[in-house]
Design a protein around this ligand. Structure first.
Ligand code: PHE
Length: 415
């Protein structure tokens, strides 16, 4: 019996090492099969699950299109998707599993910066390229050269809203109400503050909440007493909707400002009319009449029956950038693929032209959107270009010359 087990285990080990060569090749990502495995991870369940759902949808639409056109280098892309429930430890666990068990050749995810930050070291260590479609905190790509992103970063995003507050809304004072457990929120708090102060504005209050707070009225009352011209709330929709409601209940009618983290179809259900007089920075506007955007919106709506949010658009772009890099690298050998991703230049995405800088961050314009709760809709206000390209411009009046609203690096400008 013992001998039988020994023989069996020998056979198994020979077989599995053979299987390993078949699958894994000579190094990470060296695939010899006829498909390319890509891991997608995010919060398909939990407090901000519309982030994960939209991301998965965006990836799926892109993969459908890529495969229908023959795949990449003759290979079809196969997605392996994992739910991390929006928890950092779980993000780390599922990424380990995608790499060691599923042998994915590249990773797409996460959305929330805190979750990307938890998982990125695993990908870096295993040398599996990871592109986050939407994590904007600068620290994410600082984890290492296998980690990149197709979105702008928060020093820019925070400054965009500070400029909008100071220059467009003419606010002189602001309060900040941020999520103390989120790297995203902490970063935006700092970057908004720096820029708003630079513009001559004054931060009169800085209050914090946690995602488990049942009520925000204590902090909001403190803010109310200081009468700021605007309140900046760099958080996620799951809290922001409720915060907006409670602020209005306390008689606070000043503009509420936020970032991409507000973007969810769920926001309207949570905040309703309280979301009037509110503005966010974001990655794209579904209203933009540019044909590349409208074609995407149409295809996404046909498949999922909803208007794509910025997460869907970024995930779609990240997938296409990955496919393009695999093509240029001639395969998924991980060092080559990482270099090809990091060399992405002028890639025409739905969210604008994507060029990765030396720190593997995309340099792109942002849009400012106004919330219209009556229509459950974000409408376009203005495009703000990153420093170094054309100056930031306000949306022109209908009869202003079109040129006043164009920005150098932007195919995404909405008129
Ligand atoms: N930028 C957010 C983060 O880093 C995630 C996000 C992007 C949320 C786009 C919504 C829309 O945490």
């Amino acid at each position: 019996m013992t001998r039988f087990i020994l023989t069996l285990s020998l056979v198994v080990s020979i077989f599995s090492s053979f299987a390993c060569v078949q699958k894994g090749g000579t190094g990470p990502g060296a695939n010899t099969g006829d498909t390319i495995k890509v891991g997608v991870y995010g919060d398909l369940t939990g407090a901000t699950s519309s982030f994960g759902q939209s991301t998965k949808n965006g990836v799926e639409l892109a993969v459908d299109e890529i495969n229908a056109a023959g795949g990449v280098n003759g290979k079809k892309i196969v997605i392996v998707s994992e739910d991390d429930q929006g928890r950092p430890e779980q993000a780390k666990t599922v990424v380990s599993k995608l790499i060691s068990q599923d042998k994915v050749e590249a990773l797409l995810g996460e959305v929330a910066s805190t979750n990307s930050l938890a998982a990125a070291p695993v990908a870096q260590e295993a040398k599996i390229p990871m592109i986050t479609p939407s994590s904007t905190n600068p620290k994410v790509t600082e984890v290492g050269d296998y980690i990149s992103r197709v979105c702008f970063i928060d020093p820019f995003q925070g400054a965009v809203m500070a400029k909008f507050a100071g220059n467009t809304l003419k606010a002189k004072t602001a309060a900040i109400f941020g999520d103390v457990n989120s790297d995203y929120s902490k970063g935006l708090t700092q970057f908004f503050k720096e820029e708003f102060t630079k513009l001559g504005g004054k931060i009169v209050a800085e209050e914090a909440y946690t995602q488990n707070d049942p009520d925000f009225k204590g902090q909001l009352t403190k803010i109310r007493d200081l009468k700021p011209d605007v309140i900046y709330i760099p958080g996620y929709y799951s809290q922001v909707g409720i915060i907006a409601k409670q602020a209005r209940e306390l008689g606070m009618n000043m503009p509420l400002l936020g970032g991409d983290g507000w973007d969810s179809p769920e926001l309207w259900k949570l905040g309703g009319d309280a979301l009037k007089n509110a503005y966010i920075s974001n990655h794209y506007s579904a209203d933009n009449p540019a044909p590349e955007i409208q074609n995407f919106v149409k295809a996404y709506k046909a498949k999922f029956n909803v208007v794509p949010d910025s997460l869907a658009a970024l995930a779609y772009d990240a997938t296409k950038v990955l496919a393009d890099a695999i093509k240029r690298a001639g395969g998924t050998e991980s060092a080559k693929l990482k270099d090809a991703i990091n060399a992405t230049k002028d890639f025409a995405g739905v969210t604008g032209k994507i060029t990765l800088d030396g720190k593997r961050n995309a340099v792109k314009p942002a849009v400012v959107l106004e919330l219209v709760p009556a229509e459950s809709k974000f409408t376009f206000k203005e495009t703000i270009a990153p420093e170094g390209s054309a100056p930031a411009t306000a949306a022109p009046a209908a009869n202003a010359p079109a040129a006043a609203n164009t920005t150098a690096a932007n195919s995404n400008t909405n008129k």
